[in-house]
Ligand binder design. Structure first.
Ligand code: SAH
Length: 394
């Protein structure tokens, strides 16, 4: 076997790895012995030549994504074992073999000890997104392991890494089936139906992470007039439709509007209580004074990097000001942030600043997070990316 490249960290920079944080930043590296290429397995040592970890190398800000803190070789058997653990975990927490759910995240990167790998499961079809060349190189092997371990549950594995492998990479990914083949499928989430088309949809096709928050919403919709802002596939709209008087879905993208309409129809047939509009959220919210009892704000990530954090927080504040200002007295707002760099505390401060700006009385009813198939690795706080508040506005 070829000797692995050795990376030695600057003194003091080993601390986070000793606490099992799975990233090595390029600035922490003192010396590299050898010339690793993107995707190679590399060994990481501290300044006193003690072994720390082995992981995938990437010439970028996150230089190494750690796969193991033991001196071992992450080979195919290693990955099979990790994927097996991810499946066992989801079985233990009631996600797999649940008749109400056949759409879930099967592998959640760092949350499952596999940084760089995302796999979503859609009623028999696994959709993979690789965020590192290390995983991209072994995509076929990973697909075969998924097919083997999920056995009779799986009809196809699709790789959708074109948009997710690192920008600077010399490798160009193509989206393709690696196992089997399948057109769009209908999935079941808490008993509701959704059509999933991973080839045209955003991310892997669906925002699976909102499953429990949609269920929570259902409780508050009886007889209500609901605005689902940033509605995409109409996930929240479909749940709201169960009991609401009227549901409006707003999204700036036309394909999203079509999908939302299609999914409402799939569950309720032609139903005049629902309408979807292709509009800009910020514009629309200027003109809705006292029109809605319940507003959902689930915008795209406003900040992808720390250097734009301040702008993002302003964005959340502006958006929430509008909703808090315009909602009917006694109204409820489900407000979210899915930006990884925005902490729970920062997000809450933005909503607080928004409320203070309006002067209305605001109570927090619930604090929301991501479901158990998007596990948070306790050593990697960044895996907790979805946070939300349910607020009551007097
Ligand atoms: N709530 C959705 C996910 C929302 S994803 C769900 O549960 O599945 C964010 C959505 O916001 C995308 O569909 C995107 O098209 C839309 N969007 C982005 N900017 C927007 C804007 N300025 N106004 C309205 N919609 C916008």
């Amino acid at each position: 076997m070829q000797e692995r490249v050795k990376i030695v960290l600057k003194s003091g920079k080993e601390q986070s790895l000793r606490r099992f944080h799975p990233w090595v930043f390029s600035g922490a590296i003192k010396k590299t012995y050898g010339e690793p290429v993107e995707g190679d397995l590399v060994d990481v040592y501290d300044n006193k030549n003690e072994f720390l970890a082995v992981g995938h190398y990437q010439p970028s800000s996150i230089a190494v994504r750690v796969l193991s803190f033991k001196q071992e070789t992450p080979d195919i058997d290693f990955f099979r074992e990790k994927i097996k653990q991810a499946i066992n975990y989801r079985r233990a927490v009631g996600i797999i073999d649940n008749p109400q759910i056949d759409v879930f995240r099967l592998i959640h990167g760092e949350g499952d000890g596999l940084p760089g790998l995302i796999v979503d499961f859609y009623n028999g079809v696994a959709v993979m997104q690789m965020h590192s060349i290390g995983f991209y190189r072994i995509r076929q092997e990973i697909a075969s392991i998924l097919a083997e371990l999920l056995d009779n549950r799986i009809t196809a594995v699709y790789d959708k890494s074109e948009g997710t492998i690192p920008h600077m990479s010399s490798i160009k990914a193509t989206n393709e089936f690696l196992v089997g083949n399948s057109g769009p499928v209908i999935v079941t989430e808490n008993g509701y139906k959704f059509k999933i088309d991973w080839t045209t949809g955003q991310k892997t096709g669906f925002f699976i992470d909102q499953r429990e928050n949609r269920k929570l919403l259902e409780k508050y919709t009886e007889g209500k007039t609901v605005l689902n802002m940033f509605g995409y596939t109409g996930g929240f709209s479909v749940y709201a439709m169960k009991n609401a008087n009227l549901v409006h879905t707003v999204d700036s993208s036309f394909p999203a509007i079509e999908l939302a309409n299609e999914n409402v129809k799939l569950n309720y047939g032609e139903d005049k209580r629902h309408e979807a509009f292709q509009l800009d959220a910020f514009d629309y919210m200027n003109h809705i004074k006292d029109q809605y009892d319940l507003i959902i704000l689930d915008p795209p990530a406003f900040a992808k990097h720390n250097d734009v954090l301040a702008n993002a927080l302003q964005g959340y504040k502006r958006l929430n000001i509008k909703a808090i200002e315009q909602i009917r007295p006694g109204g409820i707002i489900f407000t979210f942030s899915c930006s990884q760099v925005v902490t729970r505390e920062n997000f809450r401060k933005s909503v607080f600043a928004a409320a203070a700006n309006t002067g209305r009385n605001v109570r927090i009813l619930h604090q929301m997070s991501q479901p158990s198939d998007h596990p948070v690795n306790i050593y990697h706080p960044e895996s907790e990316y979805l946070k939300g508040l349910v607020i009551y506005v007097e």
